[in-house]
Ligand binder design. Structure first.
Ligand code: PMV
Length: 333
């Protein structure tokens, strides 16, 4: 069977409150534990995919630049999953544009593979359910499974070897509790150690790793409850605890992974100071030096004003909670 088609999709980044750091299967990207995240509205990836009747190879244009090497191989491998499922063989041209810095710990792989999963599967004539899209996106990047959904999202660890039950579900819609995220970018360069290599190193070498995995279910239960009850204090407490634990595991790997810079540390202290001053805000940090301040919407302006002009901050973005991946019209740009 041959098919040619074109489709575009847009997906928001997501930030984990209970984090994914470790796999139970490397090939299928099956997580060792579940995770909970929020999908945001204004840090987005827009991707278009066109399957062509030519003998050329897959091509990738990222933020206007042609990309080859490892990144293209990864995208081609992902497209093979879609081609095999649809029974097609055509090469694809992929165009993708991020509205934020790529590969610097701002979840570009999450929004990227969620957008690619929807655009590629639609272009191939597949009509996948949200669950199927989440399973597919996970195979590009574990956290991408979560960007298929909006608002508060839970990724299930799953127990099957084929990964069909390792997918995300919506925990609560964005409207349930409209939190605000202020992202302080402290370094615009891509990080030295990506999360895939970082989490493999932690699993192999950190003496804290078994405890990290063993504690996940308790953190998930606490976080789930805090979200459903809209209990900001409890959400702040479990999210900061889980974030610092993840970085404890990363730092106790050999060689230790230190994703933070001096500004990251100053901003973590600033988040704590703000909360001591009665401002409803907490921090989270992923595998990079950027700090995300999560606050109640009425505090967002105060948080931004406190951060504005602080030395070491390169950019400040404000986001609200957003929707899951959706179809887009036209090309990527
Ligand atoms: O999906 P990946 O391979 O980019 O891993 C994401 C890892 C963290 O961002 C650090 C945590 C998370 O749950 O998003």
């Amino acid at each position: 069977m041959t098919k040619t088609g074109s489709a575009a999709a847009v997906a928001g980044a997501n930030f984990a409150l209970v984090k994914y750091w470790g796999k139970r299967d490397d090939r299928l990207n099956l997580p060792a534990a579940g995770s909970i995240s929020i999908t945001v509205d204004s840090l987005t990836t827009r991707t278009s995919v066109t399957f062509k009747d030519t003998k050329e190879r897959d091509s990738l244009l990222m933020n206007g630049k042609a990309v080859s090497g490892k990144m293209l191989d990864k995208v081609s491998g992902f497209l093979n999953l879609v081609r095999n499922r649809a029974g097609i063989r055509q090469p694809a041209s992929v165009e993708t544009v991020n509205s934020f810095p790529t590969g610097a710990g701002l979840a570009s792989s999450a929004s990227g593979f969620a957008a690619l999963a929807l655009a590629a599967s639609n272009a191939a004539g597949l009509n996948l359910s949200r669950h199927e899209l989440s399973v597919l996106a996970r195979q590009g990047s574990g956290s991408a499974a979560r960007s298929v959904f909006g608002g508060f999202v839970e990724m299930n660890r799953g127990s099957r070897d084929d990964g069909e039950d390792a997918a995300a579900t919506e925990l609560a819609a964005a409207a349930h509790w409209p939190l605000t995220v202020t992202v302080a970018v402290t370094d615009l360069n891509p990080k030295d150690t990506g999360s895939r290599d970082g989490m493999a190193l932690s699993r192999e070498t950190s003496p804290f790793y078994p405890n990290w995995v063993a504690g996940a279910d308790a953190d998930l239960a606490e976080c789930r409850k805090a979200v459903l009850n809209r209990d900001f204090g409890k959400l702040a407490d479990v999210s900061e605890f889980n974030c610092l634990k993840m970085h404890g595991v990363a730092m106790s790997s050999r060689p230790g992974l230190i994703y933070w810079n001096d500004t990251t540390v100053r901003l973590i202290h600033e988040a704590r100071r703000m909360r001591n001053d009665g401002i409803p805000v907490f921090f989270t940090v992923d595998a990079g030096p950027q700090v995300k301040f999560i606050s109640l919407p009425e505090a967002a302006l105060t948080v931004k004003t406190r951060l504005d002009g602080m030395p070491g901050i390169k950019e400040l973005f404000s986001c609200s909670l957003g929707e899951g991946v959706c179809e887009a019209k036209g090309g990527a740009g």
